[in-house]
Ligand binder design. Sequence first.
Ligand code: MF3
Ligand code: CO
Length: 249
Amino acid sequence: MGIIVKSRFEIDTMRRAGRIVAEVLQILAEQIRPGMCTAELDSICAQELARHGAKASFKGYRGYPASLCVSIDDEIVHGIPGKRVIREGEIVSLDVGAIVGGFQGDAAITVGVGEISPEAQRLLEAARDALMAGISRARHGGHLGDISAAIQSLAESRHYSVVREYTGHGIGREMHEDPQIPNYGHEGQGPVLRKGMTLAIEPMLNIGGWRTEVNADGWTVVTADGSLSAHFEHTIAITEDEPEILTAV
Ligand code: MF3
Ligand code: CO
């Protein structure tokens, strides 16, 4: 299919979708509390998306049953909201997708619930920094591998591993467009980046090894060694100069 370059107007629409995603994530981060079950977060997410006139991207995607992904501790991504109760000290990844005017926004944050361990805190900071390092290399005339390499080197410099079996992705009318964006790679390799490309960059960092497994529910991706994992994601647009974060409030 190839990488689809968006017009100014299309990016304006994606910014609207992205802002709603960011607002919903902010609300979820404010509302999350020990004792809550993850299904409650999904209800808030669905309600807020609807209130903003957005459609939930994830619901029904390949049969996914919810509007939100909630992935706790050793869960990396794609945790299905349900009866699980959130506990103090856990780290919780919240991943939201919205469709507005036919275009998608996709973003994730990982938040600590109450007081978390210093190890968990450092992991969250590294995952956030890895995302920002990747975004800063999303520049017209650069290569896709510049983004991947920046994420990998930030993560590994702090002795974390990057998940290899799941990647970021192009995004636009579809949630997943070309190219796949691995969180590891080499500078100067891969397709050339051009203004108007819109990308969902999403590093997943583990304290232990990079290997993953999928739970019996068929969705929840966990670290094979049970170590903690954190995930941050933004939808961005490549411009003539600085990349623009579309999933910002
Ligand atoms: N942010 C995730 C992704 O880009 C969300 C997909 S969850 C799914 O793949 F349920 F929709 F698959
Ligand atoms: Co994504």
